[in-house]
Design a binder for this molecule. Structure first.
Ligand code: F3S
Length: 62
């Protein structure tokens, strides 16, 4: 599974990177991006990042 950060919506608060730095990092535009797929080990953390993003910018890839 892959989480996707909507680059238009992300306000760069960094919360998702703190929640799961195994999947999210900040890019050179100061927006978060998922740099790798989510595996079972990271699933709960990624879901938590999705649930807590203040602008709901993170979604599972369809
Ligand atoms: Fe951006 Fe939301 Fe993460 S605002 S930095 S995608 S918590």
């Amino acid at each position: 599974m892959k989480a996707v950060v909507d680059q238009e919506m992300c306000i760069g608060c960094g919360l998702c990177c703190e929640t799961c730095d195994a999947v999210f990092h900040m890019n050179d535009q100061d927006k978060a991006e998922a740099y790798r797929e989510t595996d079972a080990e990271n699933l709960d953390e990624v879901q938590s990042a999705i649930d807590t993003c203040p602008v709901s910018a993170i979604h599972w890839e369809e």
